[in-house]
Design a protein around this ligand. Sequence first.
Ligand SMILES: Cc1cc2nc3c(=O)[nH]c(=O)nc-3n(C[C@H](O)[C@H](O)[C@H](O)COP(=O)(O)OP(=O)(O)OC[C@H]3O[C@@H](n4cnc5c(N)ncnc54)[C@H](O)[C@@H]3O)c2cc1C
Length: 365
Amino acid sequence: MKDLLVVGGGPAGLSAAIEAARLGLEVEVVEEHAEVGIPEHCTGLVSLMGMHEILGTGAPIIREVKGFRVYSPSGKAYTVRGAEAKAAVIDRPAFERELLRRAETNGALVTLGARFDGDGGFKTLINAEGTASRISRRFGFEIPKAIPAAQVDLETRDFEEDLVEIYLGSYAPGFFAWTVPRREGVRVGLACQEGIPLKKVETMLEKFEPWRRFAGARRSRPFFGKVVTGGPLKRTQRGRVIAVGDAGGFVKPTTGGGVVLGCFTARLAARVAYRFLSEGERIDAFGTGWRRLYGREFKLMKLARKVYDRMECEEVDRVLEALYTSGALTDAIRYDMDLQGKALWRLLESRAIFSLVPSVLRAIF
Ligand SMILES: Cc1cc2nc3c(=O)[nH]c(=O)nc-3n(C[C@H](O)[C@H](O)[C@H](O)COP(=O)(O)OP(=O)(O)OC[C@H]3O[C@@H](n4cnc5c(N)ncnc54)[C@H](O)[C@@H]3O)c2cc1C
């Protein structure tokens, strides 16, 4: 019986395995696919700071990103570009292969092509199954709130290499659509709370002006996933099982980005498992630990999503205009991309706060 069984060889599971094996635990990771990182479901946009913290050097960066262009529901574009890159688009499969290499180098046993569907045989278990929800159901966890998404890669030269584009409005109800630069073109996609994402992507490619420039571009097969939007679970540990990454809801409710905070919290879970087994510390220290480090940030990001969910398109238009003209949108890119509390406060300090009042009231009551 291993000290720690990690179910899922995604970024969270492998990060937990690296940390636990480094501390000296006997670790096994089981991953149901024959390769890590495949099939791909992510856009791969992460903070450079986060990537540096996770991998040090050697991150598989495809593009460095200096800013964003956001389109309001009525189609008005606002571009914000910093002097330096704060974000990067990474090659997700290569990122996971590097994490796998480090987990094995530290002494973890990684078994590929093996699905865990038991309920015992471990001293502690880290549930890093992503959005699959099978392990969560088995061990009595809540299921993280998630919405469907679809993406497609397009071969084109008609894109800005250091800019991400975001589209708000009725094409992607309750979330947004995106264009992200890749090596040989762009990755476009969207997540939505209503309707079928792939159909909406097709409609956008046909009718949405900024995407019509991609007509005729060679397309990859579409690929799919679920974006977690509800924030961390109330209970992220049950008995000797800890839920991390998407399974624990450790994804920014604002943007759906879960790679960096997923890896950070998974490492914390590994340290708790280690202290539980070697020093008799309480295993529920995980819940206290992540709340102390990230609890406030998650609360603010969750509130921001709740407010956005209740906004009408005209309100989004007004707020964006106010954020841009007051300089708050430009300022926001100076702040931490993962812990977005400061950036959100900065947005609230601007006079856009007045346009937000009705949606804030609707979110609260
Ligand atoms: C469309 C889309 C775009 C996204 N874009 C971004 C982005 O740009 N930036 C960002 O930071 N985040 C993004 N995310 C979120 C990000 O992909 C996730 O937060 C991240 O992958 C979570 O990592 P994880 O290790 O928890 O789960 P996963 O990456 O889903 O890994 C879980 C692994 O567990 C395995 N598994 C499941 N059940 C079992 C089992 N019973 N036995 C064995 N193996 C099992 C699966 O095969 C899988 O490999 C995006 C998500 C989607 C859907």
